[in-house]
Design a protein around this ligand. Structure first.
Ligand code: ADP
Ligand code: NA
Length: 332
């Protein structure tokens, strides 16, 4: 059996948003503070599956690192790394490209959502993305991966790859990693369209709250968020078929560490004209200290680079032996 170890990552492409914070980073901090071994990653190799301007990529990587630190990831307690600085991720990914099947990749809904009808023009890397993600996780023998709901299928594929590797080489080398999808905000939706998740890649900036948005911008985006004309219900059942209303209540619950029931107990019966300013105030009070700290950290990029270099060194003490053993198993 495998020692509990946690791995997760975020892409340094575009702005870090409230969905990343509530669905991922804030939960990374909670897990870190339970004392289990944690490795958190900026997955720049994933980011370039879609073309990134080089200067923007470098900037986004540091900004994301600042976001992790400002939100409470402690580089003494967690290993904090940029993926490309730990080459064993990409090396194991190649092995997994040879283990995974085309048909498995073709079933990935995120790939289908991202490319639409244009699959022939997508990069080969975007198609193979889940095999690299499996390598990110398994190069640490990670047993648990805190993620948002959108990543559930990729973690299942990680298990399929681990199982096929173990079977093909008759070993019990890679663990069956569990996704950890918890809390009120595992799927934060777009503020403009309750059927789409809030995402960095949404072309509409009004669809998301960015971690670095100022108070006025946050208030304006929430004020303009799509809702329905009805008052808030006092029970969860009253949010059925009301995805936009449900989303704003989920965000409130997530930000305030409450359950949706608790929130509705407080705000049931109110109109959105009343609830939206409450939500805006809450969002600003939670996010402003983080963005202030991010700005402070970004003023010293050298320090961020040092933290990442030292994280990479610690990471490689884990990844190098696991890659070496993998190569041995494969006969290399
Ligand atoms: P994006 O989809 O914005 O590019 P990433 O793919 O980098 O974000 O995802 C990083 C982490 O944030 C993953 O764990 C993912 O599940 C989580 N995440 C992304 N968007 C959301 C969202 N809208 N709600 C909840 N979690 C999210
Ligand atoms: Na994603």
């Amino acid at each position: 059996s495998f020692t509990p170890r946690v791995f997760s990552g975020v892409q340094p492409s575009g702005d870090l948003h409230l969905g990343n914070y509530l669905g991922a980073i804030r939960r990374f901090v909670e897990v870190q503070d339970t004392g289990v071994e944690t490795i958190y990653c900026m997955v720049d190799l994933h980011a370039i599956t879609v073309w990134q301007d080089p200067a923007d990529l470098a900037r986004s990587t540091r900004t994301l690192c600042a976001g992790y630190l400002a939100a409470g990831i402690d580089p003494q307690k967690s290993i904090l790394i940029n993926q490309s600085q730990v080459p064993e991720h990409a090396q194991l990914a190649w092995i997994f490209n040879c283990v995974a099947r085309m048909g498995w990749m073709q079933r990935m809904t995120q790939f289908k959502d991202k490319v639409g009808k244009n699959a022939q023009n997508a990069s080969l890397g975007l198609f193979a993305y889940p095999a690299l993600m499996a390598a990110d996780i398994l190069i640490y023998h990670a047993t648990h991966v805190p993620v948002g709901e959108d990543q559930k299928q990729h973690v299942e594929l990680t298990r399929d790859i681990a199982a096929k590797f173990n079977h093909d080489y008759d070993v019990d080398f890679f663990p069956m990693t569990e996704p950890v999808i918890e809390g009120a905000a595992t799927r934060v939706m777009s503020l403009r369209d309750g059927s789409k998740k809030m995402s960095k890649s949404d072309p509409s900036d009004a669809s998301r709250i960015n971690m670095m948005d100022d108070a006025d911008t946050i208030a304006r985006k929430i004020r303009r968020a799509k809702t329905d004309p009805d008052a808030l219900p006092s029970e969860v059942a009253g949010l059925e078929e009301r995805p936009e209303a449900r989303n704003l209540v989920n965000i409130y619950a997530g930000l305030n560490d409450q359950s949706v029931d608790q929130v509705l107990e407080e705000v049931g019966g109110r109109q959105f004209s009343e609830f939206k300013p409450m939500l805006a105030e809450l969002a600003v009070s939670k996010l402003a200290p983080i963005s202030t700290e991010m700005t402070r950290l970004l003023a010293d990029p050298g320090e961020i680079d040092r933290i990442l270099a030292s994280g990479a060194q610690r990471a490689r003490a884990i990844t190098a032996p696991i890659l070496a053993r993998t190569y041995e198993i494969v006969g290399m």
